[in-house]
Design a protein. Structure first.
Length: 288
């Protein structure tokens, strides 16, 4: 039972050709001029560290409730149990809070690195993960410049966990759970173009309040999450050394220059993943 030898070899051949020739449509950058993505503007000058965003995110994604403030460190990372965290930094302007989660890049490196297209950039903006397609290679984790995807190492059925910008919720609701429930209005959901305009308006009207930069407008080719801050972003633990162009853009033409082994190995892995998946399905049918 399972995938026949001829079918398996055919899959390897087709996939190898696709990788070797390249997908011209996927190779082209996805920019604001082509697609109007949605996103979220986070204004740290308005954040009051209530952590309502953490609570509603956990509730809507069926994750463990956040620990009390007296049981957590001032600076944390997201992990397999939480999609977002709010950290506290001591700056020259006093305490400043910063929210962290998946940045939902315009051209996500995680999606470019995913051999099975389990990680994808949706047309509306969110970067989502499909467990049915994932082969567990975790290339998405290695490739992400923001260290966002996390793996459930201790689960019997492990998943890649990260913020999905409430992709399912947005099919029926007008905003993400965090933006809709922020009592301080530190989060604003909308079209990315409009959010950039709003961020520039705030900086222009109150230059004494804001550091003159919109983090995420150009970093890593642009991201769905945009940030405003009263201090330089390196003081808030944000990576300010990222390139302005997208990271997938670095791989253009790569497959034309590398030895065939680098094409065949991913192809083999993809073929094994498909064969294994089909075997599981056939076995399940036999058990029934």
């Amino acid at each position: 039972m399972g995938l026949k030898r001829r079918g398996f070899l055919k899959l390897l051949g087709v996939t190898g050709m696709a990788l070797a020739v390249g997908d011209s449509s996927a190779a082209e950058p996805i920019g604001d001029n082509d697609v109007e993505f949605n996103g979220i503007l986070y204004d740290s000058t308005r954040c009051v560290d209530c952590r309502t965003c953490e609570e509603v995110c956990a509730e809507s994604h069926k994750l463990p409730a956040p620990k009390p403030l007296d049981q957590i460190a001032a600076v944390r990372k997201t992990d397999e149990t939480c999609n977002t965290v709010v950290n506290t930094y001591q700056t020259k302007k006093g305490e400043v809070y910063i929210k962290r989660q998946c940045m939902h890049c315009n051209e996500p490196a995680c999606a470019a690195a995913c051999l099975t297209k389990a990680m994808t950039k949706t047309k509306t903006g969110p970067v989502t993960w499909d467990g049915d397609k994932c082969m567990g290679c975790r290339y998405c984790m290695v490739s992400c410049p923001f260290d966002s995807p996390k793996f459930e190492y201790f689960s019997a059925n492990p998943k890649i966990q990260k913020c999905d910008m409430c992709f399912e919720r947005l099919k029926t609701e007008k905003s993400t759970s965090c933006a809709a429930n922020c009592p301080a209005e530190a989060l604003l959901y909308g079209k990315r173009r409009d959010l950039i305009k709003e961020a520039r308006r705030r900086i222009c009207e109150k230059p004494e309040l804001y550091f003159d930069h919109i983090y995420g407008e150009h970093e890593a080719g642009g991201t769905g999450w945009l940030y405003l801050s009263p201090v330089p972003f390196e003081q808030l633990g944000m990576n300010t050394t990222l390139q302005q162009s997208s990271y997938p853009a670095l791989t253009k033409g790569f497959l034309y220059a590398v030895p065939s082994v680098f094409v065949l190995v991913p192809t083999l892995l993809l073929g094994i993943h498909q064969a294994t998946k089909n075997n599981h399905l056939n076995q399940a049918k036999e058990d029934e």
